[in-house]
Design a protein around this ligand. Structure first.
Ligand SMILES: [Zn+2]
Length: 292
């Protein structure tokens, strides 16, 4: 059995119940986090986890709604780690390795707090009371820049990356498929309907697909069409078309604006998707747990 925790299921604009992207896959002995959008660390706590429970983080891309809580997540993990806590693995499209170094390296933007917590006697005492041994080690991680087709193996899972069609060339964007003994989950990240993500999702048990908004009457989308830039996000139709074409077993709509999340609007999104995709369709809320 594996569990999917929907931690963040919103957009870059905060609403009372949703903000940014993050999903935790509890694959038994290891927990894998996909994206680390706003307040992920606190949303993890609400789901009953701490950053030290998480062994690996995969970023889909470097828009802030997908990675802005990574500094908080890594600092909390470092602050509360024990000698048994495994080294954090961070994977994502280029420039993930550079981004991590810029945050937590010896010259990184968080170096002052790392030094303060390592050297002030009061901080050292708190650290020792938690079982830490001085001198405090600098935060440690292993990071990699992934390209489409790359695979990363954990103890009981494998993640495969595919190109997502989002805002290239400004941000490289990846979709991921995680295979566990219990089944497979596809996290599309932010993408338009595209053959690479459809192929990645082939036969998956669950597909978490971005569903930004209804595309009808959307002036912003109309402007993008005029500029020839349409297609950097899915609405319910495109999410359902990919799910149907890929033959996934279940579609979960995530990354939703406040307006599409209103009760009537969310129901309409599910009904639109259900006309195209014959399997179960769920409109995700933050805190939702699914089992595979
Ligand atoms: Zn996004």
């Amino acid at each position: 059995m594996a569990k999917i925790h929907i931690l963040g299921s919103g957009t870059p604009f905060p609403g009372p119940d949703r903000f940014g992207s993050s999903y935790l896959i509890d694959a038994g002995s290891e927990k894998v986090l996909f994206d680390c959008g706003p307040a992920t660390t606190q949303k993890l706590a609400r789901a009953g986890f701490t950053p030290t429970d998480v062994s690996s983080v995969f970023l889909t891309h470097h828009h802030y709604d997908h990675m802005i809580d990574l500094p908080c997540f890594v600092m909390v993990r470092w602050d509360h780690q024990t000698p048994e806590t495994p080294i954090l693995q961070v994977h994502g499209p280029q420039p993930t390795t550079e981004f991590i170094e810029e945050l937590f390296g010896r010259e990184g933007v968080l170096r002052r707090d790392i030094v303060a917590r390592s050297e002030h006697p009061a901080s050292q005492r708190v650290y020792q009371m938690r079982g830490g041994v001085l001198p405090r080690p600098w935060p440690d991680w292993e990071a990699s820049d992934l390209v489409p087709g790359d695979r990363v193996e954990g103890k009981e899972w494998t993640v495969t990356a595919a190109r997502a069609a989002h805002v290239q060339p400004y941000h490289e964007s990846l979709a991921y498929r995680i295979e566990t003994p219990a089944g497979s989950v596809v996290i599309t990240g932010d993408t338009a309907r595209c053959p690479e993500v459809t192929e990645l999702a082939w036969g998956a048990d669950v597909m978490l697909c971005c569903c930004w908004d209804h595309h009808d009457g959307d002036e912003q989308i109309d402007e993008c069409v005029a500029d020839g830039m349409v297609g950097n996000m899915c609405g319910p139709e495109d999410a359902a078309l990919m799910a149907a074409e890929a033959g996934v077993k279940r579609l979960v709509l995530v990354h939703a604006t406040q307006s599409i999340s209103e009760p009537g609007s969310a129901a309409r999104a599910v009904s639109v998707a259900s006309e195209i995709f014959s399997g179960p369709v769920t409109f995700a809320h933050e805190g939702l747990q699914l089992t595979i």
